[in-house]
Design a protein around this ligand. Structure first.
Ligand code: HEC
Ligand code: HEC
Length: 286
C-alpha cells in the first residue's frame, strides 16, 4: 500500500488524485452531517414500512403496515363535522321560522348562515345590506310589498314573485292606457291624486273618483297598499320604479312588474329559513 501523501501547505492528507499539479485533499465530511444523513436514511426506511410511499405501477402504491390514508382521515373528519351539523340541521327542520327567531342559539346560527346565503344569492339584486336598487325593493326598511312578518318573508323567498313556481305570488297591474280602461285625461287626474298622497300637488275629486274605481282594489282605499295583492304603498314616498309624476304616469301606460325567483329547489329548506330570519333582522321585520 502506497504511503499517503500530505499536502505541504495544510498538512492534510491527499487522495492521490492530481490534475495539472493541483492535488485533491482528502477532507472527510463533518461527523454531524454523516449522522444526519444516516438518520434520514433510517427515517425513510421506517416511513416506507409504515406509511404509503412508493408508486408501484399504474395508480397503485405501497400501502404501509399502518394502513394510513389521508383520504380516509379526511372522510372521518368530514363525517364528524356532518354529525355535529346534523344536530343543528334537524333542529332547524323541526322549527318554524318564529321558533328559530325566538331561540338564541338557532338565531345566532341562522344569522351567520343567512348573511352568507344572502351575500351569495340575493345581494346582486337587493344590494349587499338589502338596501335595494331601482326596481329592486329595499329589504332593510319597513315598507313591504308582500308583507314583512317572518311567515310573509318566508313565503316570498320560497315561491318568489311572478316566478315559475305554481305557488308564486302573482298580481299584475293592468295597462290602463293601452287597454283604454281610463282616458288620458283620467290618467292625468289620477296621477295628480297619487302625487297628492305624498303631499305633492293637489288632489281633485275627479282624480279621487278614478282612484277609488280603478286603483283602490289593489293599492287600498287610502293608497297605502294591499299586501295580499302585492299592490305597493303609494302614499309613503318610497318608489320601486322612480319618483315623480312621470314615473306614475309611466306605470299607467306601460306597467312594470318585478320578478323575483322562487328559491325552493335552489336553496334547501334550512338555508331558506336562515336567510328569512336574516332578512327579517335587516331592520324592517314586522
Ligand atoms: C333576479 C333578482 C332577484 C334576486 C336574485 C332576488 N330577488 Fe328578491 N326580489 C326581486 C324583485 C324584483 C322583487 C320585487 C317583486 C315585486 O315587484 O313584487 C323582490 C322581492 C323580494 C322580497 C319581497 C319584498 C317586499 O317588499 O315584500 C323579499 C323578501 C325578497 N325579494 C328576498 C330575497 C332573498 C332573500 C333573495 C335571495 C335568496 C332574493 N330576494 C333574491 C328580485 C330578486
Ligand atoms: C290588479 C291590481 C292593480 C291595480 C288595479 C292597479 N295597480 Fe298599480 N300596481 C300593482 C302592482 C302589483 C304593482 C307593483 C308591480 C311590482 O311590484 O313590480 C303596482 C305598481 C304601481 C305603481 C308603481 C309603484 C312604485 O313604487 O314605483 C304605481 C305608481 C301604481 N301602481 C299606480 C296605480 C294606479 C294609479 C292605479 C289605478 C289607475 C293602479 N296602480 C291600479 C297592481 C295594481
Amino acid at each position: 500500500m502506497a504511503q499517503k501523501e500530505h499536502d505541504a501547505l495544510t498538512g492534510t492528507e491527499t487522495t492521490g488524485h492530481e490534475w495539472d499539479g493541483i492535488k485533491e485533499l482528502n477532507t472527510p465530511l463533518p461527523r454531524w452531517w454523516v449522522y444526519l444523513l444516516w438518520v434520514t436514511v433510517i427515517w425513510a426506511v421506517v416511513y416506507y414500512v409504515l406509511y404509503p410511499s412508493w408508486p408501484i405501477g399504474l395508480g397503485d402504491y405501497t400501502k404501509g403496515v399502518l394502513g394510513y390514508s389521508s383520504r380516509a382521515e379526511l372522510a372521518k373528519e368530514l363525517e364528524a363535522v356532518k354529525q355535529s351539523r346534523a344536530g343543528w340541521l334537524q333542529r332547524f327542520e323541526d322549527s318554524t321560522v318564529e321558533e328559530v327567531a325566538g331561540d338564541p342559539d338557532l338565531l345566532n346560527y341562522a344569522m351567520a348562515g343567512g348573511r352568507v346565503i344572502f351575500a351569495d344569492n340575493c345581494a346582486p339584486c337587493h344590494g349587499s345590506g338589502g338596501q335595494g336598487a331601482p326596481a329592486y325593493p329595499v329589504l332593510a326598511d319597513d315598507d313591504w310589498i308582500w308583507g314583512g312578518t317572518l311567515e310573509d318573508i318566508l313565503f316570498t323567498i320560497r315561491y318568489g314573485v311572478r316566478a315559475t313556481h305554481d305557488e308564486t305570488r302573482l298580481s299584475e297591474m293592468p295597462n290602463f292606457l293601452a287597454d283604454e280602461i281610463i282616458t288620458a285625461e283620467e290618467a292625468g287626474e289620477v296621477t295628480d291624486y297619487v302625487m297628492s298622497l305624498t303631499g305633492a300637488g293637489v288632489a281633485t275629486v275627479a282624480g279621487q273618483t278614478v282612484f277609488m274605481e280603478q286603483c283602490a282594489a289593489c293599492h287600498g282605499e287610502d293608497g297605502k297598499g294591499l299586501k295580499e295583492l302585492g299592490g305597493p304603498n303609494l302614499a309613503d314616498g318610497i318608489w320601486l320604479y322612480g319618483e315623480g309624476r312621470d314615473a306614475v304616469m309611466a306605470q299607467l301606460g306601460n306597467p312594470r312588474h318585478g320578478e323575483m325567483p322562487a328559491w325552493v329547489g335552489r336553496l334547501d329548506d334550512v338555508s331558506i329559513k336562515q336567510v328569512t330570519v336574516y332578512v327579517h333582522s335587516l331592520g324592517g321585520g314586522q
